[in-house]
Design a protein around this ligand. Structure first.
Ligand SMILES: [Zn+2]
Length: 197
C-alpha cells in the first residue's frame, strides 16, 4: 500500500481512459519523482484546461472562446455541416485537410442499452442551426450500433428539411471502428464517397 497521497493520485489516473492500476501506479510514481516546478506546471495545466476549455456555442467543439476557430473562419462553407459524436472526430477529419464545411458535435450517441436518448445529446442545437441556406448535412457518426442508430434517427428527422441534402459517410469504415482510429486514406474515401440518405 502506498502512502495516502500517492494512492489518491493513482485513483485520479485510473479515471483516465485505458489506464489500469499498473499504469496508474507508473504515472503516479513519475509525478512523485518530478521536481516541484515540474509538478506545479503539471497541476497548473490540468487546472487551466478545466478553467479555460468550453464548448463552442454554435457547434459544440472545444474552444477557449465563445466560438471555435472553425465556426469563426469565414473561408469555411457554413452551409455544409458534418455531424460527429466527439471533438476527437473533428480533429480526425481536420487532419486529412479535405473538408471545408463546418461541424456539429453531438457529444455522444443514442444508445438503447445505456439509456441515452436523443434529447440527451446535442440534436436540438443542430436542428436550430438549419436555415434556408443549409445545403448538406453529413452524418459522420461512428460505424458502431450506437453511431448507426444515431445516424438513422437523424436522417429521419432531417426529412422535415427537404431542401437539405443528407448524406452518410460511405461504408468501408471498419465496423465498430471509431472515427478517430480510422486511417487517413479510409477516411478520405468515406468522405468523398458519401451516400445520400
Ligand atoms: Zn464551433
Amino acid at each position: 500500500m502506498y502512502p495516502n497521497s500517492i494512492e489518491k493520485l493513482i485513483e485520479c489516473f485510473r479515471k483516465l481512459p485505458s489506464v489500469g492500476r499498473k499504469t496508474a501506479e507508473r504515472y503516479a510514481m513519475a509525478l512523485v519523482e518530478m521536481n516541484k516546478d515540474e509538478a506545479r506546471e503539471f497541476a497548473q495545466a490540468v487546472l487551466e484546461v478545466t478553467d479555460k476549455i468550453k464548448y463552442c456555442s454554435i457547434c459544440g467543439h472545444l474552444t477557449e472562446k465563445e466560438l471555435c476557430s472553425i465556426c469563426e473562419d469565414e473561408n469555411r462553407d457554413h452551409n455544409t455541416i458534418c455531424v460527429v459524436q466527439n471533438p476527437k472526430d473533428v480533429l480526425a477529419i481536420e487532419r486529412i485537410g479535405l473538408y471545408k464545411g463546418v461541424y456539429h458535435v453531438l457529444h455522444g450517441a443514442i444508445s438503447t442499452t445505456r439509456g441515452i436518448l436523443p434529447e440527451d445529446i446535442n440534436i436540438e442545437s443542430l436542428l436550430k442551426r438549419i436555415n434556408d441556406d443549409t445545403k448538406e448535412i453529413i452524418l459522420a457518426t461512428n460505424s458502431t450500433i450506437e453511431g448507426d442508430t444515431t445516424a438513422l434517427y437523424l436522417s429521419k428527422i432531417l426529412k422535415n428539411y427537404p431542401h437539405v441534402f443528407v448524406t452518410r459517410l460511405a461504408s468501408g469504415l471498419p465496423t465498430g471502428g471509431n472515427l478517430d482510429y480510422v486511417d487517413d486514406v479510409t477516411l478520405i474515401r468515406a468522405l468523398q464517397g458519401r451516400i445520400k440518405q
